[in-house]
Design a protein around this ligand. Structure first.
Ligand code: FMN
Length: 274
């Protein structure tokens, strides 16, 4: 099978597939002709499926996806701009959670949504590790605490001039400032690919965080934990990621204990208009 085939009975040569193809490999050679693949186009397709998704008549069949496999877009289900604005502005980083665990199906649903996030070249490099077990989340937190303690030990005085001292003393009082008592931790990882995998993982977790909020869940990025995966080997080893993968994001998730009532103020945007 070629990269794509055309159902001649359905195609009206409108050229929309050609106009939208990001790789520019779908050609309409003359008005009224069927779309055809540019020479050498086989290796250039990024499998984004835009040609299938945009075809008004469902005439284009990509080797990796048929029109009937792709869910139709329902205008009725799209939120209004006002709803999107409210969702995005009222999302908060949640640091106090209920004891109740999140069902696996719900976590899986969130990941299913987040996999639709954009990725550079449609590589979709993001891999997911869900730490479902609360005790394992605590253990990972303990490992990051070990890292902090060893840094303080190696550099006396560091605890006075950084957040380390406060974090360690909170931990001594039984307060988990790293995982915040969250029941679960979601880790995204990937092979680094021209620096873009970090961006891809960040966008995927951002999608996930917003989707989680829309479902009544709360989440919080865990940059501290991610940082320790790079500087303290026991933390990275505990994740057991595949060879060559890096931890490119971590997010706590659970049911929020408290409800936010107001949207806090943020800096005015600094914008240059030209
Ligand atoms: C990349 C990144 C890393 C973060 N790391 C942590 C973290 O380790 N611990 C934490 O409590 N919050 C962390 N946060 C949450 C920020 O503190 C939070 O987004 C910020 O204070 C604004 O609050 P809001 O998310 O409720 O708007 C992180 C956020 C981002 C985007």
């Amino acid at each position: 099978m070629s990269v794509f085939t055309i159902d001649r009975d359905k195609c009206d040569s409108c050229g929309v597939c050609s106009a939208e193809c990001p790789a520019g490999i779908i050609l309409i050679k003359e008005p009224g002709a069927l779309p055809s693949l540019a020479r050498g186009g086989e290796g250039m397709c990024i499998n984004c499926g835009h040609c299938v998704a945009v075809c008004p008549t469902g005439a284009l069949y990509h080797e990796r996806m048929k029109p009937e496999e792709c869910a139709p877009i329902s205008k009725r289900l799209l939120p209004t701009p006002e709803q999107v604005e409210h969702l995005m502005k009222s999302r908060r980083s949640i640091r106090v959670y209920k004891e109740k665990p999140v069902p696996r199906e719900t976590l899986a649903k969130l990941i299913d949504i987040a996999r639709y996030a954009p990725s550079g070249g449609n590589i979709q490099p993001v891999r997911w590790l869900v730490i479902e077990d609360r005790e394992e989340v605590k253990r990972l937190s303990g490992l990051a605490m070990d890292a902090m303690r060893s840094m303080i030990k190696e550099t006396p005085g560091l605890d006075d001039v950084s957040y380390l001292g406060l974090t360690v003393s909170a931990s001594d009082r039984g307060i988990d400032v790293i995982m915040r008592g969250a029941p679960h931790l979601i880790v995204v990882h990937a092979r680094t690919y021209m620096g873009l995998s970090q961006v891809d993982c960040s966008i995927a977790l951002t999608y996930l965080e917003l989707a989680a909020y829309s479902m009544g869940l709360g989440a919080c990025w865990n940059g501290i934990f991610q940082m320790y995966t790079t500087i303290y080997p026991p933390v990275m080893e505990a994740l057991q990621l595949p060879e060559g993968h890096q931890c490119l994001g971590a997010m706590m998730i659970g049911y929020p204990k408290y409800r936010y009532r107001r949207i806090p103020l943020r800096k005015e945007p600094k914008v240059v208009w030209r």
